[in-house]
Ligand binder design. Structure first.
Ligand code: MF3
Ligand code: CO
Length: 250
């Protein structure tokens, strides 16, 4: 599939949607606590989306049954909210939210520490978020797509962690997943030259152990095979003449 570049007007609409998604994350952060289930969290997220008049992007996507993904500890992505899944002190919780706003999709994820978490878990969260920003910095006109990939991989591995290979970032716009795939690993200087109007979701998933994954019996949830911890940060980013514009911040 070809890359679909966005006009300035389209990016302006996506910026509005991204601001809303950022506000939804602020609300999530305020109510997220130990003792609630991931189902409770999804219902609150649903309430916030309704308040802002935006639609959930994930529900029904390839049959995904819930409105957000909540992935705890060794879960990497696509944790399905459940009344049986309790959020506890010491957990790290990755919340992934996609919305549709005026015909455009926005996608973002953050990982939160619940109460007292281990120093290793805290470092994992910090390194994953910083890796995302190292990638974003490379999202400039004239760079190559894999400059982003390499910036992420290099920073993660320098810090003793690994990046997941089986899931990648993506173009985004009138569809949740567009071309190109945005890998979180690989040598620099490869792939398409970045052009003004390209909008991508950059989303490193980083693990403390091996990057080998398996899918749980629910057909969705990806976990580390070795039980290592996993963190996930994601922003939707537009490449503009003035450099990378992060759409999913306030
Ligand atoms: N942020 C993830 C992605 O872009 C979430 C997708 S969940 C799904 O792939 F349910 F929509 F598949
Ligand atoms: Co995504």
């Amino acid at each position: 599939m070809a890359i679909e570049l966005k006009t300035k007007d389209e990016i302006a609409i996506m910026r509005e949607g991204g601001r809303i998604l950022s506000k939804i994350f602020n609300e999530i952060e305020r109510i997220l606590k130990s003792g609630m289930t991931t189902y409770d969290l999804a219902r609150r997220a649903e309430e916030f989306m309704n308040n802002y008049n935006v639609k959930p992007a994930f529900k029904g996507y390839r049959g995904y049954p819930e409105i957000i993904c909540v992935s705890i500890n060794e879960e990497i992505v696509h944790g399905i909210p459940s009344t049986k899944k309790l959020i506890e002190d010491g957990d790290i919780v990755s919340v992934d939210i996609g919305i549709e706003y005026k015909g455009f999709f926005l996608d973002s994820a953050k990982t939160y520490a619940i109460g007292d978490v281990s120093p290793l878990a805290l470092k994992l969260i910090r390194v994953t978020e910083e890796a995302l920003w190292r990638g974003i910095e490379k999202a400039k006109v004239g760079a190559r797509l894999s400059d982003i990939s390499w910036a992420i991989q290099e920073y993660v591995e320098k810090n003793g962690f690994n990046v997941i290979r089986d899931f990648v970032g993506h173009g985004i716009g009138r569809r949740l997943h567009e071309s190109p795939n945005v890998l979180n690993y690989g040598p620099p200087g490869m792939g398409p030259v970045l052009q003004e109007g390209l909008v991508i979701a950059i989303e490193p998933m980083v693990v403390t152990g091996s990057y080998e994954v398996k899918i749980l019996n629910n057909g969705w949830t990806a976990v580390t095979v070795d039980g290592g911890l996993s963190a996930h940060f994601e922003h939707t980013v537009a490449i503009t003449e003035n450099g990378p514009q992060v759409l999913t911040i306030d």
